[in-house]
Structure formats: structure tokens, C-alpha cells
Design a protein around this ligand. Sequence first.
Ligand code: B12
Length: 210
Amino acid sequence: MLETALWDGDPEQAETAAASLLEAGIEPLALVQHILVPTMTRVGEEFQCDNIFLPELMMAGEAALRVANLVEKATLKAGKTSAALGAVVIGQAQGDMHDIGRNIVSTMLLAHGFKVIDLGRDVPASAFLEAAQREKASLVGISALMTTTLPTARRTINLFKEVNLQGSLKIVVGGGAASAEWAEQVGADGYAPDAASAVVLCKRLLEQPG
Ligand code: B12
């Protein structure tokens, strides 16, 4: 069962269970919305409450990533990815090697119909810019879990301002080191504390003109 494999942090088992569900006809996005995201949200909550520990969290994150990759392939194969809601370029601020939370955000955005270009960990400002221009992104998401990576996240935002791109696209920030106050201070367009509110924020920002 997929939920159990995720809780057990068993990437192989999770991939096999997800593949069976997809073969049985479950919609890829339903799999993400109804199984992957709720399970990983609970895993995150259990971790915050010290009911599970770092190794479990990391293995669950690895299993979730495998499933997310499989879902993405299935979605693309079915020709169902639409950029209807726009493309989001997302990544971890330069110097930041954490990626569990950002993976959850990426998967949630994908599940809600965004085209997601996840640049991974340790992303330099120039790589955010290059990807945003190449993909004609509507949104850029920067994740920073460490106070030491707030300056690099800020550098990325400044680069977008320098090339005069912020305005035609929106920049959102998240991760444990970021906050609504910091987002405002550095001129980001928004901050969200978790994956569900990241989706709400991104949708709201796209509705705003300019
Ligand atoms: C797991 C973990 C690790 C793992 C990472 C594994 C991985 N593959 O990701 C490992 C062990 C590798 C690691 C390494 C380090 N870590 Co660490 N790590 C953590 C830990 C315990 C949990 C992070 C996590 O995954 N949380 C669960 C997920 C689900 O939550 P989340 O990341 O917050 O994401 C949610 C939201 O923030 C939001 N979100 C996230 N990204 C984005 C992006 C956008 C755009 C939006 C809108 C929202 C959003 O949505 C997510 C889902 O709801 C945190 C402690 C903590 N409480 O955060 C420390 C923590 C982040 N680590 C810390 C440190 C210091 C380090 C190391 C430097 C340790 C060391 N001395 O080597 C290295 C850094 C390596 C590097 N250069 O990045 C510190 C940072 C302190 C600080 N304030 O600067 C923390 C806070 C621990 C602490 N209390 O000291 N770490």
C-alpha cells in the first residue's frame, strides 16, 4: 500500500505501489492530492512533534520524491500537464542542501495544475533567472531553511529586480528561515509557511494583474 510504503520510507515499495495504482487507472493528480500530499503532510507533522526522527523523515522524503517523479512521468505521458495555471520555477537558495519541504511544495503545485520546474538544491541566482526566462515562468519560488541562505535568496530576488523581470513574474519565498516579515523586507511578492498555503498563494498571485 502506498501510504504504508511512504510511512516506512521504502522508496522501492512506494514506487511499485504507485505504479500499480497508476496502472489500475488512478489519475496521477488524484494520487498526489489524495495520497502523497496528505501522507507527507502527516509525516512532517509527526516529525515536528518528535514522534518520528530525522532518518525516518529523510527516507519518507526519498520515497515521496520517487513517487513524485513517477507521477510526473505519467502525467507527461498522458499529455495532461497543462501550463494552464502557469509555470513555476522553484529551487533551494544557493548553499541550501535541504529538499524535503520543497519537494512537497513542488508536488502540491504540480497536483494543482501548475507546470513545475524544480531546480533542486543549492541553486545560484543566475540559474533561477535563466530557467525563469527559458520557461517564461509566471512564478519563482525560493526555499530557504537556514538563516545563512537568506542572503543568497535575497540575491536571487535582487537579480530579478535588476533585470526588471519582477513585475511580469511573482516571487514567493518559504522554508523555515523565511517569514512574512522577511519576505516583505526583501521585496518578495509573498510568503507561505507550508505547501497547502503555497498553492493558495501562487493561485492568488496569478489572479493579480501586474
Ligand atoms: C532534515 C534536515 C536536514 C537534512 C536534510 C535532508 C534533505 N534531503 O532535505 C540534513 C541532515 C542533510 C541537514 C543538513 C543540514 N542542516 Co538541517 N535540518 C533538517 C530539519 C531537521 C528538517 C527540515 C525538513 O525537512 N522539515 C520538514 C519539511 C516538510 O518542512 P519544511 O522544510 O519547513 O518545508 C515546508 C515549509 O517550510 C514550506 N516550504 C518549504 N520550501 C518552500 C518554498 C516555497 C517557495 C514556499 C512557498 C514554501 C516552502 O512548505 C514545506 C512543506 O509544508 C531542520 C529543522 C527544522 N525544523 O526545519 C534542520 C535545519 C534546517 N538544519 C539546520 C542546519 C544548521 C543544517 C546543517 C548546516 C547541519 C550541519 N552542521 O551540517 C546542514 C546544512 C547543509 C546545507 N548546506 O544545507 C538548521 C538551520 C539553522 C538555521 N536557522 O540556520 C535547522 C533549522 C536545524 C536547527 N534547528 O538547527 N538538515
